[in-house]
Design a protein around this ligand. Structure first.
Ligand SMILES: Nc1ncnc2c1ncn2[C@@H]1O[C@H](COP(=O)(O)OP(=O)(O)O)[C@@H](O)[C@H]1O
Ligand SMILES: [Mg+2]
Length: 330
């Protein structure tokens, strides 16, 4: 099988959100190194709006399998599923979720509606797309604003938390002007977990990861915002360590695994994914979001969970190739 890593182009250095965007290069390099170790030929093909160029590269290089890392096209997260859709139309097998699953899970509004309709808890919210904020809010403050279409904690930091209704209208308007449509949901102060799942056609959950906020400044809201994810010099980065707790109550761990599997099935994910979870003040499990396309950098949560389950990075990539082969043989 002649393989290609198909990826989005990172934005130019210094542009907004460059830190999260350029992470794609770390993923590409790590995967290439593993494929080399597995003696598997691979080329890189960026996916842009130049479709003719893309077709030509796939055809000329006789690509029969793709590692699809695309998180956007030209930095537009609304187009996360389009590279996968093109590959589906071309009949080229690829790793990861289908176009359909990528698009649906990237939409934080639709995701919440699907979760609610399936009786899976997700924080109560309202949707804000400009105009007046709802007059009477049936929500408990503080609230947190999140862009409907972003990930990587873009737009999420301390200033995303709304403490009370005073000035809420102006806050929403300003945030909306910057990030577009917003989910405004109850801020849950409980423990945060993320759970990675992997497999095809059947999926399994990997060890449960928790964010350890030990040392996190007491005067800040505990969240894994943009600084915590991408700014190594920030206090938030240093005090949001990933741990794999081995003393979780059995019923809680079982519950989180069950919910994560339900999400994987409901959103029709394939090969791999990660579900982000928070507990509320009563210890109930809420789903924050489903990542059909979790970051695959060696230092990110998915690879860490794979390592914890005994798979080296290269073992993980080898498994992806098995899923790919299985699917392309069908
Ligand atoms: N309702 C919430 N209550 C508390 N923290 C939240 C809530 N929603 C998001 N966060 C914090 O923001 C982070 C990013 O939010 P998430 O919904 O996972 O979006 P993204 O797609 O940007 O990762 C979470 O990991 C969590 O720390
Ligand atoms: Mg998240």
């Amino acid at each position: 099988m002649k393989l290609a890593i198909v990826h989005n182009q990172p934005v130019r250095e210094g542009e907004t959100n460059w830190e999260s965007s350029v992470d794609i290069l770390a993923q590409i390099e790590a995967i290439e190194a593993s494929l080399l170790e597995l003696k598997q030929n691979v080329v890189r093909i960026p996916f842009t709006r130049d479709l003719a160029g893309f077709f030509q590269q796939i055809r000329e290089q006789k690509i029969s399998g793709v590692i699809n890392l695309c998180e956007s096209v030209d930095d537009d997260p609304l187009l996360i599923g389009h590279p996968a859709a093109v590959l589906e139309l071309m009949g080229v097998a690829f790793t990861g979720s289908t176009a359909r699953a990528l698009i649906i899970s990237t939409d934080k509004l639709l995701s919440k509606k699907l979760l609610q309709a399936s009786s899976i808890r997700t924080p109560s919210y309202f949707y804000y797309d400009g105009g007046k904020a709802p007059q009477s809010l049936d929500l408990i403050f503080p609230l947190i604003m999140k862009p409907r279409w972003q990930d990587a904690s873009i737009g999420i930091d301390q200033e995303s938390v709304i403490l009370n209704s005073k000035g809420i209208h102006q806050t929403l308007e300003q945030f909306h002007a910057r990030y577009g449509p917003l989910i405004v949901e109850e801020y849950l102060d409980g423990r945060e977990f993320n759970i990675s799942l992997m497999g095809y056609p059947l999926t399994r959950t990997m060890p449960l990861a928790e964010i350890d906020f030990n040392g996190y400044p007491a005067d800040l809201h505990r969240l894994v915002g943009y600084r915590a994810k991408w700014d190594e010099s920030s206090v938030e980065y240093r005090t949001t360590r990933r741990i794999f707790p081995d003393n979780l109550p059995v019923s809680l761990a079982r519950n989180i695994r069950r919910i994560a599997r339900e999400c994987f099935q409901l959103f029709d994910l394939q090969d791999y994914g990660r579900v982000d979870i928070r507990l509320d003040s009563r210890g109930r499990v809420h789903v924050l979001e489903i990542n059909a396309n979790p970051c695959l950098s060696p230092d990110a949560g998915f690879a860490a969970a794979a390592a914890k389950s005994g798979l080296s990075y290269t073992d993980m990539i080898r498994d992806f190739l098995v899923f790919l082969k299985e699917r392309s043989d069908k």
